[in-house]
Write a protein that binds this ligand. Structure first.
Ligand code: XMP
Length: 311
């Protein structure tokens, strides 16, 4: 780790670094690492693209900032992202739009005239492989938000000190840097966020439905003590309406899919055998508490041939 810190110092020199903090493990470790190397030359910005889990902005400005020990600015761009995504259903198009707007939003967040030469990014080794970036030998499976989605006329140089690491190695670095377990133990969350978990059109209402369902699921996993056994768990909003019955009324409402997988590095994954009682509890809660949902299914596919995310 010392050599990485030295390398960051050498690369950055006297310049300033802007770092996107997302709430995830990678960007938290990245920010802490860069801060260790260049201290107050680093400015951390959280771009709220509105496609985050429930209560995420509060976590960023509260628990995360406190654990990092320095300020994280919160900038709400959710309306901009939503309007750019209006009517877009193609997954790659969504990723491109979110990736590009992400950079634009950073630029706008630092308009204060400060001159930032570098942009810190928490790109990991699997991101590069899966975006076809290793000597062009891999097919493009999904263009990752933090690699393929970058616009050509970007005004920053990228600083990606984690690009040779796998997730478990990033967590080890984070531990060495003194970050607490609850920050390091969080499940991975994709850059495009709920944008790739809302299949089909992204609207404010659909974001809300997914946030509520996802929150119930994750809460239950924590309550039953299985959150840490799972690599990643989340809900997906499927653009299918199905018939149900509520009291005496026929309903015609949304379908939520639950996904939980085990994995070592995200490159391959197996679906998690969730206990029946947990599945049942989560399904009941979602159907009863989330307006607009009347059916819940569990995803039993592994990677490959599926991917972890649905888009
Ligand atoms: P897939 O769906 O490709 O996901 O099996 C593998 C891991 O990568 C995460 N993921 C992303 N992370 N930007 C990210 O930072 C992205 O665009 C992105 N797409 C997928 C995914 O959540 C899983 O952990």
């Amino acid at each position: 780790m010392e050599s990485t810190i030295e390398e960051i110092r050498r690369t950055v020199g006297e310049e300033k670094v802007l770092c996107g903090v997302s709430g995830g493990v990678d960007s938290a470790v990245l920010a802490k690492l860069i801060h260790k190397a260049v201290g107050s030359q680093l400015r951390c910005v959280f771009v709220d693209h509105g496609l985050l889990r429930k209560n995420e902005p509060d976590y960023i400005s509260g628990r995360l900032a406190q654990s990092l020990g320095f300020e994280v600015e919160v900038h709400d761009f959710s309306e901009t992202f939503l309007s750019k995504l209006d009517g877009i259903v193609d997954p790659e198009e969504k990723r491109r739009i979110i990736g590009e707007q992400f950079i634009r939003s950073f630029e706008s967040a630092v308009q204060s005239g400060a001159d930032f030469r570098f942009l810190g990014q928490g790109t990991l080794y699997p991101d590069i492989i899966e975006s076809g970036g290793v000597r062009g030998t891999a097919d493009v499976i999904k263009s990752h938000h933090n690699v393929g989605g970058l616009p050509d006329d970007m005004e920053f140089e990228l600083l990606e000190p984690l690009r040779e690491l796998f997730k478990d190695e990033v967590r080890k670095v984070g531990k060495e840097l003194g970050l607490p377990e609850d920050v390091l133990g969080r499940h991975p969350f994709p850059g495009p966020g709920l944008g790739v978990r809302i299949i089909g059109e992204i609207t404010k209402e659909r974001v809300k439905i997914l946030q509520e369902a996802d929150h119930i699921f994750i809460d239950a996993l924590r309550k039953h003590g299985i959150y840490d056994k799972i690599w990643q768990a989340f809900a997906v909003l499927v653009p299918v309406k199905t018939v149900g019955v509520m009291g005496d009324e026929r309903t015609y409402a949304n379908l939520i899919a639950l996904r939980a997988v085990t994995s070592v590095d995200g490159m391959t994954a197996d679906w998690y055998r969730l206990p029946e009682n947990v599945l049942s509890e989560v399904s009941n809660k979602i159907v009863n508490l989330v307006t607009g949902v009347n059916r819940v299914v569990y995803d039993v596919s592994s990677k490959p041939p599926s991917t972890i995310e649905w888009e």
